[in-house]
Design a protein around this ligand. Structure first.
Ligand code: NAP
Ligand code: G4F
Length: 342
């Protein structure tokens, strides 16, 4: 563990996949971390359980605050009280398909939420550096292959349109008010902490359930779409690196490889030497989107050159990491399964 700083960070979306990895990274660097959590009737802090600290503990460096990106007065108060050196705006309704079902809510949180946060910082006079969690989904019906920072956006979902709004707003506040704001344009990144309704985790948990007799089939939508999938734990390092630069900028973070959902299925079942995987997969049109993003492939050369960031975990390793972890939860592993079925 390297202690490098005593900076104060605020993370919105601290309970999410990325928020949890980023919290661990910042704590390991000696940050004091404040996280925004939503009030829920069930516990939503499972992902940050490993670093959770009792509110009564004497020496704490992780503080959780109730709040919501739809609540401006709460954001104003938090910024004034915490005075963060760095803010990571990761909070979002992050499911693309769901954004077609709750478009107004998605825009309120993913677009106007960013506006509320930027204004809270601007009006407070606190000199926070800000990271905005932009998405490759903004490229939508792609106008260039591969996609880089200069590729025009062409969003095709309420989620993507909301993220495009936030991206532009961040540039406007950066140029107009001289604020230090970086837009990450992150391609899909996954991990064993990925929400179980995103396709990669749906597949790896589905396989674990099938092998343990809890599920017969995995029902999916479009198997032909292609995504550039990386490892979330590495992607949060790129977020941090952006805020350590002298000047703010926008960066694509990706692996430079693209694979279809079908290839993900082949790879995951293939690790278990199951070649007739089609028998375990059904297509249910209810998972189709009104408009689909067919192809994403990122060019991360700017991040490599300016941030010194490069992905180490690529597609095959990622599938293995996720599958092994989900098999663990049903008392299995890839090796155990293969030995049992030799
Ligand atoms: P995630 O696992 O879905 O986490 C989203 C987080 O936002 C959760 O902590 C969630 O809280 C919180 N949240 C939701 N609505 C909120 C609201 N109204 N106010 C405050 N917080 C709210 O997403 P992720 O994969 O970690 O992604 C992090 C960010 O990066 C998101 O903005 C996402 O859109 C963006 N992004 C993700 C990817 C990717 O491939 N993962 C790629 C590009 C961009 P609960 O835990 O209470 O639900
Ligand atoms: O796993 P997904 O839901 O991820 P999607 O839509 O690419 O969005 C994720 O990545 C974005 C970055 O590009 C983030 F900004 C966003 O927040 C989120 O993290 O779907 C991936 C692909 C799609 O083409 C979808 O149609 O998988 C296809 N798919 C096929 N069957 C499915 C399913 N997706 C889901 N969620 N569930 C299915 O059953």
């Amino acid at each position: 563990m390297s202690i490098e700083t005593n900076k104060i960070a605020l993370i919105t979306g601290v309970t999410g996949q990325d928020g949890s990895y980023l919290t661990e990274l910042l704590l390991s660097k000696g940050y004091i971390v404040h996280g925004l959590i939503r009030r829920a009737s069930t516990f939503n802090t499972e992902r940050i359980e490993p670093v959770y600290q009792d509110p009564h503990a004497l020496h704490r460096n992780l503080f959780l605050h109730y709040g919501d990106l739809s609540d401006a007065s709460n954001l104003n108060q938090l910024i004034k009280n915490i005075k963060p050196d760095e803010i990571y705006n990761l909070g979002a309704q992050s499911h693309v398909k769901v954004s077609f079902e709750i478009p107004e809510y998605t825009a309120n949180v993913d677009a106007l939420g960013t506006l509320r946060l930027l204004d809270a910082v601007r009006e407070s006079g606190v000199n926070s550096k800000i990271y905005q969690a932009g998405s490759s989904e903004m490229f939508g019906d792609v106008l260039e292959k591969p996609q880089k920072e200069t590729t025009p956006f062409n969003p095709v979902s309420p989620y993507a349109a909301s993220k495009v709004f936030s991206h532009h707003l961040c540039k406007i506040y950066r140029d107009g008010y001289g604020m230090f704001i970086c837009n990450g344009i992150l391609f899909n990144h996954e991990s064993p902490r990925r929400g179980k309704t995103f396709v990669t985790r749906k597949i790896t948990t589905g396989i674990a359930n099938i092998l343990s007799g809890k599920q017969d089939k995995i029902y999916l939508g479009n198997l032909d779409a292609k995504r550039d999938w990386g490892y979330a734990k590495e992607y949060v390092e790129a977020m941090w690196l952006m805020l350590q630069q002298e000047k703010p900028g926008d960066y694509v973070v990706a692996t430079g490889e693209t694979h279809s959902i079908k290839e993900f299925l082949e790879e995951a079942f293939g690790l278990l030497k199951i070649s007739d995987w089609q028998k375990y997969v059904g297509v249910d049109p209810k998972y189709y989107r009104p408009v689909e993003v067919d192809y994403l492939l990122g060019d991360y050369s700017k991040a490599k050159k300016e941030l010194g960031w490069e992905p180490k975990v690529k597609f095959k390793d990622l599938v293995k990491i996720m599958l092994d972890e989900d098999l663990k939860s049903v008392g299995l592993s890839i090796d155990k399964y293969l030995k049992k079925n030799e």
